[in-house]
Design a protein around this ligand. Sequence first.
Ligand code: FES
Ligand code: FES
Length: 160
Amino acid sequence: MSNKLLTLIVNGDTHKFFDVPHHETLADLLRDRLQLTGTKIACDEGACGSCTVLVDNVPTLSCMTLAHTVEGKKVLTIEGLKNGNELHPIQEAFAEERGFACGYCTPGFVMTTKALLDKEPNPSDETIKEALAGNICRCAVYEHIVDAARASAEKLNGGE
Ligand code: FES
Ligand code: FES
């Protein structure tokens, strides 16, 4: 099968690619072609959530997603969250609540938290834990991560 033209809207910018093999994943395309290396590949088999990005606002495992299947869609990565030099409130909350240790899993947790809070601005801890259940943290700082997600909701709802 020949390689095809691919158009994607990544973090608000339209990108056209002319030589994307059919087997290339969205994670590889983001990291290798756009140098958006904030999206992390850990397991590379759909088991850990580190590679989570939003595709048309839906949390999506980019290591398990062929780039051509998201043709024309809007992709949001961790790099697209901040506003100029200002961190997004969710990024601030993760920093303030120390919702990370090595940080490798953090972009995935932040993007999954964003998708949750876009849908459900005031989630219970139970809802937060359910929403984040597909993300794995090998450093196991889960308590801090849930605190960070709760603090993210508070910030987005106007609190400090
Ligand atoms: S790297 Fe994609 S789910 Fe683990
Ligand atoms: S902070 Fe190290 S894997 Fe989560």
